[in-house]
Design a protein around this ligand. Structure first.
Ligand code: PEP
Ligand code: MG
Length: 580
């Protein structure tokens, strides 16, 4: 038995067997063949494409029967490509001409195709690059006998162990067979961690070397509450964890009894508790955990899920679905926030020296007016189905905000010209997640209806600490005096301008921070749905007076360690919160 310590990224306990996921880039050999071997190379190619085709057909069947909608759409184009006589004809001709092994010929053909598509002016054609690379990888896997395992194809329940997982891969985990996650890389507010919490999968990230310690089939315990992974646990440890699991579930059930009660402090301040969602299906969990609305719908996951640009109509369908599901409750949809760790091949995948400081979120949208317009039109069209609020991410100053507001007005005009209805008075807000926005929030507040503080990025940019980098995760401190002061500035400026200040970063759902956030004056908190009941329980047992007193005491302190210790003791003396 061995215990590894990492970062507690998603709470809960999972006991099970390891599935080691390794999505390695394939090394393609290059060698010369004799004329007599051409026939056998053609045969190998034929067999590999047939196997790839069967695999795609099977995948299509499972995903259309299955849980996640829209996922099979792109598979049709992959199948068509494998059946295209021009594609196979080119490979066969080049085999005869170049006398190189078929893997190499395939790679060359794909590179040519990609070059042609990338130089095209047609956006649709450009977007096909990812599909082509995906299909070729599948065929190459068969030619080279490497196994390509898809996370949606898992047959039994597993604990996923991997070096790193892209947010787009993590999307495949929704209501799937993965019961726990243990990863070498990643931080608490990386998007993989956020998805794990959204999908209620216990996860420990930043373990550095878990992939060196376990193999597929090993038994492990993922303790997402304490941030540890126990490899090959002994019988007594397993028994202890099974007991904890029972207590944990009982506690969850008890907390759900608070669902119909308001999040109201002892002295009567009502706090809006809302859910953060990444896929429309999560509205179900938002409602079952008593959310007052959706405080953040990360719309980019629609794009990541389809691995391409969804059309205006596809977006309209998704947004309408969320609005309808939430009845008249507020639904805050954030416009596209691609960039940083969220890349989209062929569209937002350029190499940047500092992607986190680079061409992301609103910066990307303002320079891709076509993409932004279709999203804004889709949002406006969907607005007739519920209580929509639109929110812009990563605003760094007033010029950017004004450009975004202008784009929204243009989208409204274009709908008016087309005679399409939309709700006229949709509240518009911004994420306050850059220090420059926080410090100029008095100026920004005059032009919007609400603020939502994105602490994941605000902490990252204030302390200059990459939120996904496990090596410096120790610096990522929500209670850093610099961060707390910025939050206070934003709340005070919002209130002075008469608009509400909400928070939708992960800090909003951390029970240890709840009383501080009340004391700082936040009006609403948006978090992973399952955190809502516990945060509500805390709010209902304190008064704003107590909370302000706590904030007063910690604002006199000089270091984050001092604040952390004081707040942890304060909270543990009063509440039975689960902390690492
Ligand atoms: C944030 O930065 O706090 C936030 C909520 O946005 P995201 O995590 O998607 O960057
Ligand atoms: Mg952010």
């Amino acid at each position: 038995m061995k215990t590894l310590t990492g970062i507690s990224a998603s709470p809960g306990i999972a006991i099970g067997v390891v599935f080691y996921y390794h999505d390695e880039t394939i090394k393609v050999p290059k060698y010369t063949i004799g004329k007599v071997e051409v026939k056998s190379e053609k045969k190998r190619f034929g067999e590999a494409t047939a196997r790839a085709r069967d695999e795609l057909l099977a995948l299509k069947e499972t995903s259309t029967n299955g849980k996640v909608e829209d996922q099979s759409r792109f598979l049709d184009s992959h199948i068509l490509m494998l059946e295209d006589p021009e594609f196979t004809g080119n490979i066969e001709r080049n085999l005869e001409k170049d006398l190189k092994n078929v893997e190499w010929i395939l790679l060359e053909e794909i590179d040519n195709l990609v070059r042609r598509l990338e130089s095209s002016d047609d956006v649709y054609l450009k977007e096909r690059v990812l599909d082509i690379r995906d299909v070729s990888k599948r065929v190459l896997n068969h030619l080279l006998f490497t196994e390509r395992i898809s996370l949606v194809d898992l047959e039994s329940e597993v604990i996923l162990v991997t070096h790193n997982l892209l947010p787009s891969d993590a999307l495949a985990l929704y209501k799937g067979k993965v019961k726990g996650i243990a990863m070498d890389a990643g931080g608490k507010t990386s998007h993989t961690a956020i998805l794990a919490r959204a999908f209620e999968i216990p996860a420990v990230l930043g373990l550095s070397e878990i992939t060196q310690e376990v193999r597929t089939g090993d038994e492990v315990i993922v303790d997402g509450n304490k941030g540890i992974v126990i490899v090959k646990p002994d019988a007594a440890t397993k028994r202890r964890y099974r007991d904890s699991l029972r207590v944990y579930h009982a506690r969850e059930i008890e907390l759900l009894t608070l669902n119909d009660l308001p999040a109201e402090s002892k002295d009567g301040k009502l706090i809006k508790l809302m859910a953060n969602i990444e896929v429309p299906e999560e509205t179900e969990s938002a409602l079952s955990h008593g959310a007052d609305g959706i405080g953040l719908f990360r719309s980019e996951f629609l794009f990541l899920r389809s691995n391409a640009l969804p059309s205006e109509d596809e977006q309209y369908d998704a947004y309408s679905r969320v609005l309808k599901a939430m009845g008249g409750k507020k639904v805050t949809i954030r416009t596209l926030d691609l960039g940083g760790d969220k890349t989209l091949a062929g569209i937002k995948d350029i190499k940047e020296a500092n992607p986190i400081l680079g061409w992301r979120a609103i910066r990307f949208c303002l320079s891709r007016g076509d993409i932004f317009l279709s999203q804004l039109r889709a949002l406006l069209r969907a607005s007739v189905y519920g209580n929509l609020q639109i929110m812009f991410p990563m605003i760094s100053g007033v010029e950017e905000l004004e450009k975004a507001l202008e784009a929204l007005e243009n989208a409204k005009d274009s709908l008016r010209r087309d005679g399409i209805d939309f709700a006229e008075n949709i509240p518009v807000g911004i994420m306050v997640e850059t220090p420059s926005a926080a410090l100029t929030s008095d100026i920004l507040a005059k032009q919007v209806n609400f603020f939502s503080i994105g602490t994941n990025d605000l902490i990252q940019y204030t302390i200059a600490v990459d939120r996904g980098n496990e090596r410096i995760a120790y610096l990522y401190e929500p209670f850093h005096p610099g961060v707390l002061r910025l939050i206070k500035v934003v709340v005070d400026y919002a209130h002075a301008a008469g608009i509400p200040a909400h928070m939708c970063g992960e800090m909003a759902g951390d029970p240890i921070a709840t009383v501080i956030l009340l004391g700082l004056g936040l009006d609403g908190l948006s978090m992973s749905a399952f955190s809502i009941p516990e945060v509500k329980k805390i709010i209902r047992t304190v008064s704003i007076w107590d909370a302000e007193e706590l904030v007063g005491t910690i604002s006199e302190m000089r270091s984050v360690v001092e604040i952390d210790n004081y707040v942890n003791n304060w909270m543990h003396e009063r509440f039975d919160i689960v902390t690492a």
